[in-house]
Design a protein around this ligand. Structure first.
Ligand code: ADP
Length: 204
């Protein structure tokens, strides 16, 4: 197996962290080298993003400008994620598979309200490496709300109205920017989904 860049996408609670972790565990069990990573990163820009989401840092401007600021910040964080000399994706891929929970597709769907904004955010990200495999875990906003309701810390995007918008944005970008994504019914059991993922990854 040649090293692959594998990305998980889906609305909040879709199971992307669960499945990324299971894939990582299973690859290591099979002695296939892999690194698990996610966006936003644990780097400096990722730290700013996380604190803006959880309300520790406050942006006083309008929501539209907040979204735009987030799109820029995430694109900057992604440069760190891809190119930093210590554990950037480009470097790690030379000797390991990389599994990322979220990538630039999340920026397209979370920081936009319409097709023009999606197009603009794509323009910020279009030159970044494309993943070798994208798994999109499909659950409804209703299912998402059920799954995330017990989270201790909810970020500012985790509400029903926002989830509906993000869900419909995903439906749009799946036909435009994520045509190669493998769409999996996220309401299947955790092990059924994992088996589908393992089969795909090991047969690539
Ligand atoms: P995400 O990282 O996409 O936000 P998580 O992996 O954190 O989602 O999962 C959110 C919650 O849903 C967790 O409590 C997890 O155990 C649960 N969950 C994940 N996958 C499934 C599944 N296929 N069926 C039912 N519950 C699931």
């Amino acid at each position: 197996m040649v090293n692959k860049f594998i990305v998980f996408e889906g609305i909040d609670g879709s199971g992307s962290s669960t499945q990324a972790q299971l894939l990582y565990n299973d690859l290591l069990y099979k002695k296939i080298p892999a690194k698990l990573t996610n966006e936003p990163t644990d780097g400096i820009i990722g730290h700013v993003i996380k604190n803006l989401f959880n309300g520790k840092f406050v942006f006083g401007g309008p929501q539209k400008e907040f979204d735009r600021m987030m799109a820029y910040l995430f694109a900057a964080d992604r440069i760190d994620h891809l190119f930093n000399k210590i554990d950037g994706i480009e470097k790690i891929l030379q000797y390991k598979n990389v599994i990322s929970t979220r990538y630039f597709y999340s920026s397209l769907v979370y920081h936009s309200n319409n097709e023009d904004e999606i197009k603009f955010i794509y323009s910020l990200n279009k030159n970044f490496r494309k993943p070798d495999i994208i798994f999109y875990l499909d659950i409804s906003p209703e299912e998402s709300i059920e799954r995330i309701k017990y989270r201790d810390v909810k970020d500012s995007y985790e509400n029903y109205e926002k989830l509906c918008l993000v869900y419909s944005n995903y439906k749009y970008i799946l036909t435009k920017y994520m045509k190669d994504a493998i769409i999996i019914d996220g309401t299947l059991s955790i092990s059924e989904i994992h088996n589908i993922i393992m089969e795909k990854v090991c047969n690539e």
